[in-house]
Design a protein around this ligand. Structure first.
Ligand code: NAI
Length: 483
C-alpha cells in the first residue's frame, strides 16, 4: 500500500524520519510518496501551501501522513492544516487520550486511569473563517452548523464508540445559549443515538464538561463536539495525559484521511534532534490500524509503551533526574523493544487484514442534502444597519419604511433588545439589528424583502440581512435577549 507523506516544517522532518525508521525496522508493508507541502511551498508562491502534484497524489492515494506545518503569518494566506482538512472533507477529528505508564501526571499519580476519545467536527463552525467588518467598529463571524455535516461526524463518533466497546458517548455543547446552531448539533446527536441503543448517550454543557474533565476524567469515554469547542476540549484532554507531546490526531473522511500529531512545528527546538516523536508515532499507529495493519500497529505500540514504562524519555517529559535521549535514540530504543509487552495497557496482537481497497475516485463534488420536512415560509427579515443614533430615533425612521407589508417588531444591539423596550444602561455600538415581520402573518416573497431593502437604504447603510424563515411552527431564527 502506498501513502502520501509530508514531513512538514520545524521539528516535522526530525520526528517524521524517526517514525518512518520505526516503521521500516518493523517491516511495515507501506510505500511512501513524499509530497511538497508546508511553509517553503507557500514561500515559493503556492497560496494553499501545496503543489498541484502534492494535491493530485493525496487525492489518488487517499491517505496523508503529515508532520506539523507552519502557515506564514501576515501574508493573508489560510492555514494549510485547516485547508487540507476542509478541502478533502475529513469531517471527523479523532483524538485518543490515554494514561501512558511512564508519563507522570497528577492523575496517574493518583491512580485515576484516563481513556477518553474526543471526536471534533472538523469542517464547519467558525472555522469557515467567514468574517466581515460590518462597520469600522463591528466585526462579524459566521458560524455554520449544518444537519448533514453534524450527522456525518456524529454517526462516525457512534460507530467508533461501538467498535471501541465504549459504554458512554457524550455530546458537549452550548445549546443553552446557541439554541439554533448547537441546538441542531444536539438534535442530530439524539437522532443518531436511536440507532445505537447499547451505548449510553448523554449531553453536557461545554463549560460543565471542562470542569468535570479535570475533576473526574475517568467518567468519560467518547466525547463529540462542534469544531471550536472540540478544539479547546481536546487540548484540555492532552493536558490530562501529559501534554501535546502525547496527543495523536486522525482526520477521517469518506475518501481521504489525514494522520498527524496535535502539536505544532516547535520552532524553539527545531533542528536540534531533541523533539519527542511520540505524538506522531501514535498518529502513525492509528493510521496503521485504519488501513488494517493491526499486527504492525500492536507490535510498535507495545514497544513504545514498554519504552515509556522503562523510563526512556526525551527532554520534554519524565523523571528529570534521569538523562534524556535525543529523537533518534528514542526511536532506536523503541526498535530495540519490538516483541516486548508493557506491564500496563499491552495491546493484543491481531493479524493484519488483507489490503484495504484503493480510494474511490470521485468525478464531481458530493452534495449532502437532508429531506426537508415542513414547507419553508419567509415571515420577516433582520436588517443589520449602521447607525450611531438612539434606538427610538431609528425606530421612528424604520417605521416609515415598513409600508403595508411589514411591521417593525424589534431593534437589538449586540443581541440585546433596545426597542420597543430596553434600558438606557445597555451600552450601544454603531450597528443595530432591526427586525421586520409580515404585518398580517402572511408569507413574504424575496421581492417584498428587496422592496424594503431599497426603501430602508434611503436612510441607512445596510451591512447585511437575514431572512426570517419558518418551517411549520418551527422558527428558523433566535429571539433577541429581552424579546
Ligand atoms: P507548538 O506545538 O509547535 O509548540 C508549543 C510548545 O510545545 C513549544 O515549547 C514546543 O517546543 C513544545 N513542543 C511541541 N511539540 C513538541 C514535541 N514533539 N516534542 C517536544 N516539545 C514539543 O505550538 P506553537 O508554538 O503555538 O506553534 C508553532 C507553529 O506550529 C505555528 O506556526 C503553528 O501555526 C504551527 N502549528 C501547526 C500545527 C499542525 O501542523 N497541525 C498544529 C499547531 C500549530
Amino acid at each position: 500500500m502506498k501513502i502520501a507523506v509530508a514531513k512538514g516544517d520545524g521539528i516535522g522532518p526530525e520526528i517524521m524520519d524517526a517514525v518512518l525508521r520505526i516503521f521500516e525496522a518493523n517491516n511495515t508493508p507501506l510505500e511512501y510518496e513524499f509530497v511538497d507541502m508546508g511553509k517553503w511551498v507557500f514561500d515559493k508562491g503556492f497560496n494553499n501551501g501545496m503543489t498541484p502534484e502534492a494535491k493530485m497524489s493525496i487525492e489518488t492515494l487517499g491517505l496523508l501522513f503529515k508532520g506539523p506545518m507552519e502557515t506564514p503569518k501576515g501574508k493573508g494566506v489560510k492555514s494549510i492544516n485547516v485547508t487540507a482538512r476542509k478541502t478533502w472533507n475529513t469531517f471527523a477529528n479523532k483524538r485518543a487520550f490515554q494514561t501512558l505508564h511512564g508519563v507522570d501526571t497528577v492523575f496517574s499519580k493518583a491512580g485515576i486511569p484516563i481513556d477518553i476519545t474526543v471526536v471534533r467536527e472538523n469542517i464547519e463552525d467558525t472555522y469557515g473563517g467567514i468574517e466581515h467588518m460590518l462597520t469600522h467598529d463591528v466585526a462579524l463571524s459566521r458560524r455554520f452548523i449544518t444537519r448533514p455535516g453534524s450527522m456525518q461526524v456524529i454517526r462516525y463518533a457512534f460507530e467508533m464508540a461501538r467498535q471501541k466497546n465504549a459504554k458512554r458517548i457524550t455530546c458537549g455543547h452550548k445549546a443553552n445559549i446557541m439554541k439554533i446552531t448547537d441546538g441542531l448539533f444536539l438534535e442530530c446527536f439524539y437522532e443518531v443515538a436511536k440507532e445505537f441503543p447499547e451505548l449510553k448517550a448523554d449531553d453536557i454543557i461545554v463549560d460543565d464538561l471542562c470542569m468535570k474533565l479535570v475533576t473526574r476524567p475517568d467518567t468519560f469515554d467518547v466525547v463529540v463536539l462542534t469544531n471550536l469547542q472540540g478544539d479547546i476540549v481536546s487540548d484540555l484532554c492532552a493536558g490530562l495525559v501529559g501534554g501535546l507531546g502525547f496527543a495523536p490526531s486522525a482526520n477521517i473522511g469518506d475518501h481521504i484521511s489525514i494522520f498527524e500529531a496535535v502539536h505544532g512545528t516547535a520552532p524553539d527546538i527545531a533542528g536540534k534532534n531533541i523533539a519527542n516523536p511520540t505524538a506522531l508515532l501514535l498518529s502513525g499507529i492509528a493510521m496503521l490500524r485504519h488501513v488494517g495493519l493491526t499486527e504492525n500497529a500492536a507490535i510498535i505500540e507495545n514497544a513504545l509503551l514498554y519504552t515509556l514504562e522503562s523510563g526512556v524519555r526525551t527532554g520534554d517529559f519524565g523523571d528529570r533526574n534521569k538523562p534524556a535521549v535525543n529523537t533518534t535514540e528514542f526511536a532506536e530504543a523503541i526498535i530495540a523493544n519490538f516483541g516486548k509487552k508493557p506491564e500496563q495497557g499491552a495491546k493484543e496482537i491481531i493479524a493484519n487484514k488483507p489490503g484495504t481497497p484503493a480510494p474511490f475516485k470521485l468525478e464531481q463534488n458530493s452534495m449532502m442534502v437532508s429531506k426537508e420536512g415542513e414547507k419553508e415560509v419567509i415571515t420577516g427579515v433582520d436588517m443589520f444597519i449602521e447607525s450611531d443614533e438612539q434606538p427610538h430615533v431609528i425606530a421612528h425612521k424604520c417605521q416609515r419604511h415598513a409600508g403595508v407589508k411589514f411591521s417593525l417588531v424589534n431593534i437589538s444591539n449586540r443581541g440585546t433588545q433596545v426597542w420597543p423596550t430596553g434600558s438606557v444602561y445597555t451600552n450601544l455600538v454603531n450597528q443595530y439589528n432591526v427586525r421586520f415581520e409580515s404585518l398580517d402573518g402572511s408569507a413574504l416573497s424575496q421581492q417584498d424583502i428587496i422592496g424594503l431593502y431599497v426603501s430602508l437604504s434611503g436612510n441607512f447603510k445596510i451591512c447585511s440581512l437575514e431572512l426570517l424563515n419558518m418551517w411549520g411552527e418551527k422558527k428558523g431564527y433566535s429571539l433577541a435577549q429581552g424579546q
